[in-house]
Design a binder for this molecule. Sequence first.
Ligand code: UDP
Ligand code: MG
Length: 346
Amino acid sequence: MPPPVHRKLDFSGTSNLEEQSAPRLSVVVPCFNEQESLLELYRRLAGACRTCVEESFELVLIDDGSTDGTWAGITALATKTSQVVGVKLSRNHGHQLALSAGLSIARGALILIIDADLQDPPELLPQMIRLIEEGADVVYGQRTVRHGESALKRATAAVFYRLLDQLTDVKIPVDTGDFRLMTRRALDVLIAMPEQHRFIRGMVSWIGFRQLPLAYERQERFAGETKYPFSKMLRLAIDAVTSFSTRPLRLASFFGFGFGLLGLVGLVYTLGSWLRGYAVPGWTSITSIFLLMGSAQMFVLGIIGEYLGRLYMEAKGRPLYVIESVVREAVPAIDATTPRVDRARA
Ligand code: UDP
Ligand code: MG
């Protein structure tokens, strides 16, 4: 490992910040039906931030179209506390887009991404900042143990991260979520990436610079149920693979080659049988070849469809999300009358 570059944190002179008013640290938290966690989240996050940067922090809480009292809870916090910025999306856009919306609003010189359910301990912040001071641009939490998650979730996650590692050229560290601390220059690169289907932990890896892991034990949810049912996890997994690899598209060629070889063997056998005048029986083999070929073709077509569909969605160039309102410092800064639509800030 190269020797650490002991960098004194200069939080002021970074790019793209509204000078002076920019806090030293922004914490970005996507929230979807997390009303029970909000107060505890605020208490623990604010505590962790204060030990590191005193009062120079902001907590950007994004309500991703919740149907419970999450937005009411966020506005109550934002009107009481100058450090809380509430962001309301126009509907449920999904975790990765809610996160993107929050990141586009965060103004800090350092940015922490964390979930609302307190599965990732905010108390790791001092250790993360220390690694940034030693020269890292990204410090990502790497889970050693996952408490309170079903065996199915743990097993699928373990398989997924290893499969992704095999498929992609970008090194995406295994067993990480979006829990990470990054510098403004890393975030500026991330924000400039315009893609619709966002697998943010992979996109952060793609940026490069010096990225260091911090091992931790993932805790149980503070309250409520997971907002990632199997279907959403599967969608995220397919987004991850298609965003970072075109290798599945090559499956068609491999299948073509494999079945071509089998076909050749079949042809030799068929011709041999015909020459020996023994050509009538063969229902079983014909049916099985037919079924095998049919399903292989459908499978490959499906893969091509996944990429084509994503290409289609990208081609539309729609905004990534719609921000309905932003509430900060006791007054609503932007109101619902003119919803703000954002593509990634390029
Ligand atoms: N989340 C969100 N929009 C969604 C689903 C989830 O903003 O459509 C948020 C959720 O509130 C939480 C984070 O994303 O803060 C991670 O979700 P969750 O904890 O349910 O995922 P898990 O930890 O079970 O994988
Ligand atoms: Mg969680």
